[in-house]
Write a protein that binds this ligand. Structure first.
Ligand code: GLY
Length: 319
């Protein structure tokens, strides 16, 4: 490494860590949700958290809850980061990634899935109906159709129009577009104290055809261990994949970190090593005591948190 490279890396690291210090978020957990069903989801996914909590109030468990929650943005054409209406890859194809994990340690995932509105439900079927964890591409689609899922055109007029505008810019090259990506990661703790998680996304906008991000990768986009708690991620998948952030957070909590400390450490690992300028990665964590944590590279990281006790949204929006 020459001096110039060394200095620029050192400056970046210092700037990153200074930024991290300046961006402390949720430094304590006033909202312990112990003993009550709770749901936390990335971004302003109030609809998802409400659907999830309602599912538990109607007798569903944490697994049912995270699936019900994730299906809300998947079906929303206005959410251009998830499911139906998601922005396509640079070839104009909407390709979806999702995973789900339950309190028994079972896991299912789909990657590079096209034409199916609810990849999270296909992921659950992979978990429950096959001996595998992950199905991909054409195989995942065939499995979904065999399971009774309907083939759907996922590219809406709005997303198509934006993609066509993007093509006109003549930037058809591999790039991280839309650096703040609004993947939903969702964690639920049910009344029995069991935890489950899910993550679902259309991935980075105008990504290379075939690109798979962190969201369907167990331990990267989401991870739960019923002895400890769970974690999920949103943002630039490449950064999450290279640090296996959700698994890291759960292991840090196992070793005594609070959810907040664990999320901060997972972000720190990224900032220390990689150039994150303009990029976003955010983590959420929920432990078995119902304590939560949230931290991101950028100052702004809304999340939705819903507790059943008072049957109301505890917190949504910026921390
Ligand atoms: N976190 C979503 C993605 O990078 O695909």
């Amino acid at each position: 490494m020459n001096r110039k490279t060394f200095l620029s890396r050192t400056a970046l690291l210092a700037a990153g860590l200074a930024g991290l210090r300046g961006k402390a978020q949720a430094t304590h957990n006033p909202n312990s949700l112990s003993g009550h069903p709770a749901v936390i989801a990335t971004w302003d996914n109030r609809g998802a958290t409400e659907a999830a909590i309602q599912r538990m109030l109607k007798g569903g468990n944490a697994l049912d809850a995270v699936e019900a929650g994730a299906r809300v943005p998947e079906a929303d054409p206005e959410d251009q980061s998830v499911g139906y209406g998601g922005r396509p890859d640079r070839d104009g194809k909407v390709t979806l990634d999702a995973c789900i994990m339950d309190a028994k340690g079972r896991a299912g995932a789909v990657t590079f899935l096209q034409h199916i509105m609810h990849p999270v439900s296909v992921a659950r079927k992979v978990m429950e109906e096959t001996p595998h964890v992950t199905l991909s591409g054409a195989g995942a689609l065939r499995f979904a159709l065999e399971q009774g899922f309907e083939k759907t055109e996922l590219l809406t007029g709005k997303s198509r129009g934006q993609w066509e505008e993007w093509l006109k810019k003549g930037v058809y090259n591999p790039a991280i577009n839309h650096r703040q990506h609004d993947t939903i990661g969702i964690l639920a703790l049910d009344a029995q104290g069991h935890i489950a998680g899910a993550c679902t996304t259309s991935g980075l906008s105008y990504k290379m055809h075939g690109r798979v991000g962190d969201s369907p990768v167990i331990g990267a986009g989401m991870y739960v261990d019923n002895e400890v708690g769970g974690a999920c991620a949103t943002g630039i998948g490449e950064l999450v994949l290279k640090t296996l952030g959700s698994f890291l957070i759960v292991e840090l909590m196992r070793n005594g970190s609070t959810p907040q400390e664990a999320c901060e450490e997972a972000v720190r690992r990224i900032v220390k090593k990689y150039d994150t300028r303009g990029g976003q990665v955010g983590y959420l964590a929920l432990n078995k005591n119902g304590e939560h944590g949230a931290f991101s590279i950028r100052k702004t990281f809304p999340y939705a948190l819903y507790q059943a006790k008072e049957n109301r949204l505890l917190k949504a929006g910026h921390l």
